[in-house]
Ligand binder design. Sequence first.
Ligand code: SF4
Length: 500
Amino acid sequence: MFFVSPSRPFALSERWSRPRGEVLRGEVFERDHPGFSPFPTVALMVKTAFCPLLAVHEMFHGLSSPLADPETETRVYHAGELFHQLTAEIKVEVGSGRLPPSVDAIMPEVLKAAARRARQPAEIKDVECYIRPWIASRLREGNLAAGTRTLFEVQVMGWVKFSAGSESLTAPLVGRIDELDFEKNRVVERTTRGEKNSPNPPLLKDYQVWLLWKILTSLKPEDIPKPWRRSYENAELVVETPHNCYTVPKDNPEFEKQSLTVLSWIRDLAEPYRGSLTVAEAYKVSLPLCRTHRKYRECGVNYCVRKRRNYPRSRPRFWEDYQALFQEVMWRRDLTLYRLLCLPPAELVQLGVLCQGKVKGWERGRVSLEMDTTNLQVFHRIDLGEMECRLLVGTPKFGVEVPAFVEEQSGNTCRIAYSAAKLPETDQAFLLFQEALVFKSAPFFLNKLRQRHLYSLEKWGKDKREEAEREPTIQLLEATSGGVPGQLRSGGESEGEKTT
Ligand code: SF4
């Protein structure tokens, strides 16, 4: 195991701060720090366990890491997501008998599907490198066909208790299970990472699947929709790579202990007053370990090891902008997650977070939903241009959420087109619009973009004073960030004269 996170920045709080009732119901004016702790994702937990600075990069700099984010998991952007979609489809098609279980028969179909979805040709080649050995390995294991009740991309969220020795903490956690196999009682985490002959799963993938299992086992029976209601205590935890399959032990005190440390970092980074100190602490403890263990090779963020230029000198003032952008994400994404976790579906419908519909019929790739008056009111508040949404089958705590589009609406019935390998055909479904989207970030992806631009600006600069003084961007930054004495010269001043 490769756990190198240092000790906690501050003492572990006894409680995780939850939003108050009026905040959940949207009865307060949204400004400044929202007053509750963040809503961690499994991906953020994994990244923080690897390096606290990686948590800083996700929370404040909008950066992804191949350790836990599918979009950067492979060499070419999005090939990781394509891999996940295609592998689920292969399992469904082979399971249903529409595709024969052989590499030669499957690969042409896979390449056709990849060509339709890939944004650039390199992605097809990239994904082929992973899928070919993946099919061969699953065939060898006799594990290529999905069962009739196997679910893919299952979203789970709950209050999870972690304990180690005399310490314990209950925190909210949300994650996505790649595959939940009911017949074999297995939770599967799939990845493109992993060496062919490695006896161990890829770094921290065992922790990731363990965290997902912790969420599953924290759910009460009534949180799980009836068709999937059961105890998951005895489920087998599996990490599937293109070349191998690994079983992960569930009884793992080290993971419990590590989770307390990770939550302590996440909570303290988000604190309005301790945040900047915690970031400084993260730099102090992470960089030496990174250099000694060459961790930058695995984390996928190479900014940290780049030399920091001397100018602009007003960089510390960027912190206020990072914090403001992060707080906006907390108000939008984290608060929505808390609402989905804490409020009953009827209240979520009233708040306009969810639309609930009764299923009138399933076709391949489409579902017709009948809405009542309350749900239609939510529906009518949505612009026609915003008819892209997410279709949720199950409940926010346990369900399958996929991208969808409102194709047609007539009277109280609407037809939704969705894209997924397979959806469980239930009689109830939800629609989520805009910031209610749990994994696909609606407007706050712009915040991530702004965070990233700000961070690349922070890493850029000049070493020599004369060059910095000739560089308009640096001059502008010094001026707009409050300036630093000795850096910004006003027009007509000679070298060494008073500066502002
Ligand atoms: S480059 Fe090193 S210090 Fe920076 S986030 Fe990655 S592992 Fe941490």
